[in-house]
Design a protein around this ligand. Structure first.
Ligand code: SAM
Length: 287
């Protein structure tokens, strides 16, 4: 792919998005995936894996703020977080902003993604890889959660779509492993696709998670480069109260955490658990 070409996303048949390529910064066939990082006038630096946009400089904050501050402020007393995937470093950056955390582990299958994003997407990790609380493990996330003796208060699955290496992170084995290494009152969240276009993925995740967790639902946000509508985030715990906190409680915790965000606020938090009727219908039709 050369400068001034056009890059077409290949996630969905017959419907998609494109980016003009102003400058290719890096392209590599890693051991696991085809990685490209290029510059685009509208969205800044764009990273794609196997033809699917993973993150862009311009709108990454929405996704990373929602997958971290919603579960962490809902939990209220988390000390340990496990990130599965997350090689671009944006999720780690937002998790590290919570000073009360004592241990942050990231399990990423592809060391090349971490290394190239440190160089070519430095604003994503913004130095978070140097946080003394942080440990990086290079492994398939499903191996880690089924074998580790560590436990966590929050698990965030920041994975690719369920194609290629990401497929294992949408399996019952993975969800069982996450349940196995979550502490009491723990929360599991995961990127679960754009439900208007990937509704089956949401229904399947909901069913599988329901075998291991007492309270399974979704919350959502609209992220421009995950096009096609709202992105759904899977939510699973054994305590329904964790996703029903009132705005006042969340505001108190938000202020105590000293967070300033560009998308997240307590009203967005509570509102994000409201889901479109077509998704609710699909979830209830599937039992
Ligand atoms: N924001 C993106 C999204 O919603 O599609 C995800 C971004 S992040 C770059 C996805 C990461 O998941 C990549 O670094 C990829 O290497 C990693 N990954 C894919 N499959 C994995 C697996 N089985 N175990 C651990 N990491 C995995």
């Amino acid at each position: 792919m050369a400068q001034n070409e056009t890059w077409y996303e290949t996630l969905h048949a017959g419907f998609g998005q494109y980016f003009s390529v102003d400058n290719v910064l890096y392209r590599e066939k890693t051991e696991h995936q085809d990685l490209v990082i290029f510059e685009n006038a509208a969205m800044g630096r764009v990273m794609a894996l196997d033809g699917v946009v993973q993150t862009t400089e311009r709108d990454e904050f929405i996704y990373h703020e929602m997958l971290t501050h919603v579960p962490l402020l809902a939990h209220g007393a988390a000390k340990s977080v496990l990130i599965i995937g997350g090689g671009d470093g944006g999720m780690l950056r937002e998790v590290c902003r919570h000073a009360q955390l004592e241990r942050i582990t990231m399990v990423e299958i592809d060391a090349d993604v971490v290394n190239f994003c440190k160089t070519w997407l430095p604003n994503h990790s913004a130095g978070a890889y140097d946080d003394p609380r942080f440990q990086l493990v290079i492994d398939d996330g499903v191996n880690f959660v089924t074998q580790t003796d560590q436990t966590f208060d929050l698990i965030i699955s920041d994975c690719t779509d369920p194609i290629g290496p990401g497929e294992s992170l949408f399996t019952s084995a993975f969800y069982a492993g996450c349940k196995r290494c979550l502490n009491d009152n723990g929360i599991f969240v995961a990127q679960n696709g754009v439900c208007f276009l990937q509704q089956d993925e949401a229904v399947t995740s909901h069913t599988k998670l329901g075998h291991y967790f007492g309270d399974v639902s979704f919350y959502q946000a609209a992220i421009p480069t995950y096009y096609g509508g709202i992105m759904t985030f899977a939510w699973a715990s054994d305590n329904p109260a964790l996703r029903q906190l009132d705005v006042g409680t969340l505001q108190t915790r938000f202020e105590a955490a000293g967070l300033t965000c560009r998308y997240y606020n307590p009203a967005i938090h509570t509102g994000s658990f409201a889901l479109p009727q077509y998704l609710l219908n699909a979830l209830s039709a599937n039992g």
